[in-house]
Design a protein around this ligand. Structure first.
Ligand SMILES: Nc1ncnc2c1ncn2[C@@H]1O[C@H](COP(=O)(O)OP(=O)(O)OP(=O)(O)O)[C@@H](O)[C@H]1O
Ligand SMILES: [Mg+2]
Length: 267
């Protein structure tokens, strides 16, 4: 089954919020979803309503090669979570070095999960380049880059459009062509926000797969340890449309089997 990662060159743009909602919306339709947290901030568990006191670790025990099934944490949304797990800063750096030298530490268990015909894996990653996401890059079916509708994000869009944002060369380009973009915190009342949406649409064509409006309800939902109800006016509706788009293009739950997204590779 497919592997989707939510990532961004930028921090605080809504990767975890969107990853958690898309995972939960797809699980709500009966799709088996495993959410994998690559971020030592451990934020995905909060969005999925797993309290911090709950034990659970996956990434932080990779070196011990614990079986992935033993690391799954059930969540109310139906999504099963592989948490990063508790870590200290030195251990996090050591893990990054270990993954750079031996990406199979992560790719082996992820390949095992993907071998299950009915499990979709949704990955949440920390901002910027990181060893864990780099290890998974060759396995990715879809890299969803989350950007804000602001000037800082607009500056990155041309690099995404030209497949250069992961660096130069054929290998980087091959991974980059699996990237699609979601603009978050779009505010139709703001001329700059509107201009960035237009610019992204022109530069990216079909690779701009969604926009999520700025909605205080999202931040409040997180504070209340709940998720927005599917289709709730505002961001809830945008997130549902995004989940639909991803589901349709990946052909999840279709008898033909999931697709490799070739149509998104050509703007
Ligand atoms: N569309 C939105 N409208 C309003 N607030 C939002 C929206 N999307 C996300 N937020 C808020 O923005 C903050 C950052 O979101 P989030 O943690 O998902 O970003 P992130 O990209 O995962 O951050 P990091 O880089 O630290 O992992 C959170 O408080 C979240 O509730
Ligand atoms: Mg995050």
């Amino acid at each position: 089954m497919p592997l989707i990662a939510f990532a961004s060159p930028k921090g605080g743009v809504g990767k975890t919020t969107i990853a958690a909602h898309v995972a939960a919306l797809l699980a709500g339709r009966g799709q088996k979803v495993v959410a994998l947290d690559l971020d030592p901030q451990n934020a995905l568990r909060l969005h999925l309503g797993v309290p911090l006191r709950e034990e659970g670790r996956f990434m932080s025990s990779l070196a011990a090669r614990a079986p992935w099934r033993d690391c799954l944490v059930d969540t109310e949304s139906g999504v099963r979570l592989l948490p990063f797990g508790p870590v200290d800063p030195l251990r996090t750096l050591e893990l990054a070095v270990a993954l750079t030298q031996e990406p199979a530490l992560l790719t082996e268990p992820v390949r095992e999960i993907l071998a299950s015909p009915d499990i979709l894996v949704v990955v949440d990653s920390p901002p910027g380049p990181n060893a864990a996401l780099a290890a998974l890059m060759p396995l990715l079916d879809l890299l969803v880059l989350v950007l804000l509708a602001d000037a800082g994000s607009a500056a990155i869009i041309p690099q995404i459009a030209s497949n250069r944002f992961l660096g130069r060369g054929t290998l980087a380009g091959r991974s980059a062509d699996r990237a699609v973009v979601v603009l978050n915190q779009v505010d139709e009342q703001e001329p700059l926000s509107d201009a960035v949406v237009d610019m992204a649409r022109n530069a990216l064509g079909k690779r701009l797969i969604g926009a999520v409006c700025r909605d205080q309800g999202l931040a409040e939902a997180l504070a209340d340890k709940r998720m927005l109800t599917a289709g709730e006016p505002g961001a809830g509706e945008d997130l549902q449309i995004l989940a639909d788009t991803i589901s349709r293009h990946l052909r999840l739950q279709s008898s033909e089997g999931y697709s490799a997204l070739s149509e998104w590779r050509r703007p």
